[in-house]
Ligand binder design. Structure first.
Ligand code: SME
Length: 220
């Protein structure tokens, strides 16, 4: 149930850990008229800005919002909101890892390894247990992501030759190279205690997340 006229907040549960409140303006309907079941809104605007008045059925909104595509679009919008105008790389990566940890379910580690020279990754901002500090390019899942230039989505880390176990709780992992100006500058590493935690939609969505980091100040 929602009012035929008025302002309010729509509370959306976007993961088991995170809720978002969106302001709602419901004023398009004459009093005592039931809103039509199909309503009009702009998902992109809605998901990246909390200031956009929307006309929406709550059920429809939640169905839409619960899709992974919109979930990741929302994350990218939140990353822009957190980092736009801030030039400090470490501050921005810290907030992105905190946001990912808050937003994604079933993780035990999420963060960045930065390419310090062409042969070595060094631990950057993260959330989770203390982790290995240096990873040679070509080693482990992270080093393989750099060597191949491709996302490594690993359903069972124990079956990945050379996997580096920083946290014994990890059973699956996804590592995405972060590109800036055509070159790899870092990797985003996400570990889960669940086997096969990351599906193809997560991979596509997280590739949009790392693409949103391209214009950070990587040349410190
Ligand atoms: N498992 C990674 C090492 C980093 S930790 O998971 C944080 C790897 O094999 O490269």
């Amino acid at each position: 149930m929602y009012p035929a006229q008025g302002n309010g907040l729509l509370r959306a549960q976007i993961s088991s850990k995170q809720r978002v409140d969106y302001p709602l303006t419901v004023d398009a309907f004459p009093p005592n008229t039931k809103p039509a079941p199909k309503l009009w809104f702009k998902p992109r605007d809605l998901l990246v800005s909390s200031a956009v008045p929307v006309y929406v059925s709550q059920r429809f909104f939640l169905e839409i919002l619960m899709s992974k595509v919109d979930f990741y679009r929302s994350l990218v919008g939140q990353i822009s909101g957190l980092t736009d105008g801030e030039p400090d790389l470490i501050a921005n990566l810290s907030n992105v890892s905190a946001l990912l940890n808050l937003s994604l379910d079933d993780l035990n580690w999420v963060g960045f390894y930065l390419l310090s020279n062409e042969n070595e990754l060094v631990l950057g901002p993260f959330q989770g247990k203390p982790a290995c500090i240096r990873i040679p390019v070509g080693k482990g899942v992270c080093g393989t992501a750099v060597a191949t230039g491709k996302t490594q989505r690993v359903a069972d880390v124990h079956a990945f030759p050379g996997h580096i176990a920083c946290d014994g709780a990890s059973n699956s992992e996804i590592v995405l190279p972060v590109y800036s100006q055509g070159k790899i500058v870092a990797v985003l590493d996400i570990d889960s205690p669940l086997f096969n935690r990351f599906d193809e939609e997560d991979e596509v969505g997280l590739e949009q997340v790392v693409a949103a980091l391209e214009n950070f100040s990587w040349n410190r």
